[in-house]
Design a protein around this ligand. Structure first.
Ligand code: GLC
Ligand code: CA
Length: 577
């Protein structure tokens, strides 16, 4: 024993220093990567109204989601973003909140909410909620008080313009039938401001009391245990309350006048200090302002504002006539470089405000629907930034195929139809446009099975189920190992197993190729090559990488291309050796 003693000491010493070494290496890596759970997350967005109806009233609800928790877990996603579920008269499907601390009756009760959150957390899934505070509902108590008299203590919670001053300078409304954002209210002979619908009056963020109310609401939900906020339309919150006149025609580029104005960054810094810094929550704002600088400043960690930007340039690219892949590459490459050193981005091609992923960016014909869905999913899961994936896209759900205005439920679409009618617009052309881009396309009920109403409800669905539920549905895709759904699971797992896809440097290759998108992701000594064919024909890539030095890791065809010549909508990920 005495003889062994020095050796034991030596071994203990070596082991300790090895552990210290490994640990400091890890810490170093951790620091240099600035690892965060929300960067490594895959966010799955649930549109509660259309996900699953538990009680046959035709409207999805919280119990409906609860009964699908194991399905959600099986996807491999680890953050859920749920659209608004608060008390609301539903002018804009919950984006008009009348009570920020209650649950919408259609969706259930606070007990249901608590169960949902518990069920998610038990499965290791976090919950991000919408925070809709650019505006409230006109049925919110604050607005009822505010409009009741010019001297109400709530008057300054909203923006009012007294009529004796004449008509206020024109402001464009996105949702109003006349696109006029000022609504005259005879009760106090004044106009109130609404960037969205008349039932969505804008809150006055310049009023410190409003800000305090919002922070209290945020704390209420954070204390319940939620894991983050998606700040709805927040880039519009700050306004110049002197309401100067804007140049004629400004509405064609209204974001320039509305996005990230005044003291918005100051409000975000205050929100960070009062709420965000006190909890382990993630924060993402819808919209990224007008310039790279706006976006960057919102999410530069040193400035203490938000965690990640959610920029629209990407989703705006698709048109009914198609889109240019060169433009697509340019946009995503530019956004990557904006955050290459600091800040963080969301990666998405669809959400509840868009038509379906495969119908807009892929090819929803029977021949190519599955393969092009998988290709687009491969793109979303292999870019730097946090992927956001919209429910139903994992099945390759398609646009609704609506032909008449009566099929639609979306308030701004119905208002715009009325507007077109009023101005003698071309209604056929309008119907054609909305068939491609109306957000109801992305809101048709989730297709669970080939039974009536796609298994979404036993009643009458609030919005028609897509007629193709007999061929596109979850139950059938479960059984098929090569389904869009099972590919989604595989690629989500692949992302989670490959940290290089989260943090690795992105570099675009073969940039001027109009048919294919090729890029590498590189971290330390690991390098992956992603090749994507965006066309329905074979396409060659010219990346400058010798394909003999690569190994196929995963692809959307049974026999992935080894030589870089891609089959229609083929997606392949290679390891570069
Ligand atoms: C955001 C939401 C959208 C909503 C609007 C008004 O853009 O994503 O669904 O209609 O804000 O709240
Ligand atoms: Ca229901």
């Amino acid at each position: 024993m005495r003889k062994l003693f020095p050796y034991i000491i030596l071994i203990v010493f070596l082991k300790c220093s090895l552990v210290t070494l490994c640990y400091s290496q890890q810490v170093q890596n951790k620091d240099s990567l600035d690892r965060k759970w929300w960067k490594e997350a895959v966010v799955y967005q649930i549109y509660p109204r259309s996900f699953n109806d538990s009680n046959g009233d035709g409207i999805g609800d919280l119990q409906g989601i609860i009964s699908k928790l194991d399905y959600i877990k099986s996807l491999g996603v680890n953050v859920i973003w749920i659209n608004p579920i608060y008390g609301s008269p539903n002018d804009d499907n919950g984006y008009d909140v009348s009570d920020y601390r209650s649950i919408m009756k259609d969706f259930g009760t606070m007990e249901d909410f608590d169960l949902l959150l518990k069920g998610l957390h038990e499965r290791g899934i976090k919950l991000v909620m919408d925070l809709v505070v650019n505006h409230s509902s006109d049925e919110h108590e604050w607005f009822k008080q505010s409009r009741s008299s010019r001297t109400s203590p709530y008057r300054e919670y909203y923006h009012w313009w007294n009529a004796e001053q004449g008509k206020p300078p024109y402001r464009y409304s996105l949702f109003d039938v006349n696109h006029d954002a000022w609504r005259y209210d005879p009760l106090t002979n004044a106009y109130y401001l609404h960037y969205f619908s008349r039932k969505q009056p804008d809150l006055n963020w310049e009023n410190p009391k409003v800000r305090q109310e919002v922070y209290d609401i945020m704390k209420f939900w954070a204390d319940k245990g939620i894991d983050g906020y998606r700040l709805d339309a927040f880039q519009f919150a700050a306004k110049d309350t002197t309401f100067p006149a804007f140049p004629r025609g400004f509405e064609k580029n209204f974001n320039k006048y509305y996005g990230v104005q005044g003291n918005l960054h100051g409000y975000l810094q205050q929100m960070y200090k009062e709420v965000l810094s006190k909890y382990d929550v993630m924060s993402v704002a819808e919209g990224a302002g007008n310039t790279d600088e706006d976006a960057h400043n919102m999410v530069d960690a040193d400035r203490h504002e938000l965690n990640m930007a959610y920029a629209f340039d990407g989703v705006g690219i698709a048109t009914p006539e198609g889109y240019s892949l060169l433009h697509f590459k340019e946009v995503f490459t530019k956004w990557d470089s904006t955050f290459s050193k600091k800040g963080w981005l969301s990666i998405f091609l669809a959400n509840h405000d868009q038509a379906r992923l495969v119908s807009r960016f892929g090819n929803d014909s029977p021949e190519f629907r599955e393969v092009s869905s998988k290709m687009l999913t491969t793109f979303i899961m292999t870019m730097r930034g946090t992927p956001y994936y919209y429910n139903g896209d994992e099945l390759g759900m398609t646009n609704a195929g609506f032909t008449k205005i009566e099929d639609y439920r979306d308030m701004p679409t119905l208002n715009e139809y009325q507007h077109q009618k009023n101005i003698g617009g071309d209604l056929q052309k309008f119907l054609k446009r909305i068939a491609f881009e109306c957000r109801d396309n992305g809101r048709t009920p989730f297709q669970w099975s080939n039974t009536e109403n796609g298994g979404f409800t036993t009643g009458t669905p609030w919005l028609q189920v897509n007629k193709n539920y007999k061929t596109i549905n979850e139950a059938d895709e479960e059984k098929d190992p090569a389904s869009v759904l099972n590919y989604f699971r595989k690629i989500v797992k692949f992302r989670k197993d490959n940290l290089v896809l989260v943090y690795g440097k992105y570099a675009v290759l073969d940039k001027n190729n109009p048919d294919t998108y090729s890029y590498t992701r590189e971290l330390n000594s690991k390098k992956l090559l992603v090749l994507l064919n965006f066309t329905n024909k074979n396409a060659a890539t010219n990346t400058g990488i010798n394909m003999n030095n690569t190994t196929v890791l995963i692809g959307n065809y049974e026999h992935p291309s080894k030589d870089g010549i891609l089959k229609p909508y083929e997606a392949v990920i290679y390891q570069v050796n």
